[in-house]
Design a protein around this ligand. Structure first.
Ligand code: NAD
Ligand code: TDX
Length: 350
């Protein structure tokens, strides 16, 4: 199959592309604008493959999207390109509306034109797979899980823009018959995670001897999934999922933020003890809470398990250990990001 991956230079997109090149026969075209969050070095492991190609372009540009579709003739569009960071959506929501809503509209409209021109057999096999988040469902109390039928209740500019994009995708499926798939996934973590997100931010700041900012009292809960397991889920969905269906993807690994930060500190104490012999946990600092901070997300992933046979392959304890080891061994990857564009746009505690 030929897979066009929007946002393929991002955290999850690059994990998907590495997986497809290394563990399948599919051909991949990455379509990515290379915003501050796009990191080409995340694709270095596959850059030499003749089944991989890259085009730098904006999903909001209809001509660029149409050209990529016409030239590459994909069987699958895996749409991951988005503005993804909640804190940035609070400071500057415009880019989120533009990329996540308008960009998804452009992707759908151009893909519809391309799909309508395909021969019947290719038309039937084609899939537009939209990659979304569990944040569209809002915030849970101490109990309960998000299922595929949980009503939408987005509460941040980021999640509202993703919720709107999910609705657009389903509308293009219902109204125009485009064979769409939607996945809503919980918090990912793993290698190549951009340094502004909680887990890499804590690892890097710990190693740099900086304060480790925990929002509020650290009691907010996220359901963590190792990124390579998400990539496996995405492949299962676009290869074997039923068009028109939604699949929730989650790690069944709920942790309070303070538990995550403490776990990172404990592992670093063992793998890379502080020079002064003190514990990394001494660097933990409670800071002002995120406005509108959702309390808890938790996914019921029984549908994708029962229908497609997907389950996570690693526990949170295994995944976080692997992730920390990767950051220790790949300082160049993240130091380059800190030194370059991101240095002028860094969020969080100075
Ligand atoms: P990311 O921010 O790491 O990467 C986004 C990528 O999209 C970057 O390479 C960026 O250059 C590209 N991009 C942004 N705007 C673009 C545009 N206008 N045109 C073309 N490319 C553009 O994001 P991520 O964490 O890899 O998330 C990927 C997708 O998965 C997003 O749609 C996100 O909403 C969703 N998601 C993320 C998580 C998570 O935990 N990170 C969980 C569930 C769902
Ligand atoms: O410095 C921090 N301190 C802190 O306590 C940061 C950056 C975050 N946090 C908290 C906020 C959240 O409760 O940690 C949790 C995780 O924060 P993020 O890494 O910013 O992720 P989150 O807001 O949960 O959203 C992520 O998961 C769902 C992705 O960024 C989204 O794109 C995805 O849809």
């Amino acid at each position: 199959m030929r897979i066009l991956v929007t946002g393929g230079a991002g955290f999850i997109g690059s994990a998907l592309v590495r997986r497809l090149i290394e563990h399948s026969d599919h051909e991949v075209l990455v379509f990515d604008k290379l915003t501050y969050a796009g990191v080409l070095s995340s694709l270095e492991p596959v850059a030499a493959s003749d089944r991989y190609a890259f085009v730098q372009a904006d999903i909001c540009d209809p001509d660029a999207v149409a050209k990529a579709l016409k030239d590459f003739r994909p069987d699958v569009v895996a749409h991951l390109a988005a503005e993804s960071h909640v804190d940035r959506s609070i400071d500057g929501p415009g880019a989120f509306v533009q990329t996540n809503l308008v960009g998804t509209f452009v992707m759908l409209n151009q893909t519809l034109g391309y799909w309508r021109g395909l021969p019947d057999v290719e038309k039937a096999a084609f899939r537009f797979h939209h990659i979304s988040t569990d944040e569209v469902f809002g915030s849970l109390g101490e109990d309960g899980f998000f299922t595929e039928t949980t009503p939408y209740d987005p509460r941040s500019p980021y999640s509202a823009s993703k919720a709107g994009s999910d609705h657009l995708v389903r509308a293009w499926g219902h109204t125009y018959g485009l064979p769409v798939l939607v996945t809503n996934c919980s918090n990912n973590y793993g290698p190549y995670h951009f340094p502004e997100k909680l887990i890499p931010l804590i690892i890097i700041r710990a190693l740099n001897g900086e304060p480790l900012p925990v929002y509020g009292d650290g009691s907010n809960v996220r359901d963590w999934l190792f990124v390579d397991d998400h990539a496996r889920a995405l492949q299962a969905v676009f290869e074997t999922g039923t068009p028109g269906e939604t699949y929730n993807v989650g790690g069944n690994a709920e942790r309070r933020n303070i538990e995550v930060v403490t776990a990172i500190c404990t592992i670093l104490d063992r793998l890379r003890p502080r020079a002064d012999g003190k514990a990394y946990a001494d660097q933990i600092t409670f800071v002002a809470d995120r406005p509108g901070h959702d309390h808890r997300y938790a996914i019921d992933a029984s549908k994708i398990r029962n229908d497609l046979g997907w389950t996570p392959s690693v526990t949170f304890e295994q995944g976080i250990e692997q992730t920390i080891a990767w950051y220790l061994e790949n300082k160049t990857w993240w130091q380059d990001i800190l030194d370059a564009r991101y240095a002028t746009q860094r969020l969080g505690v100075a």
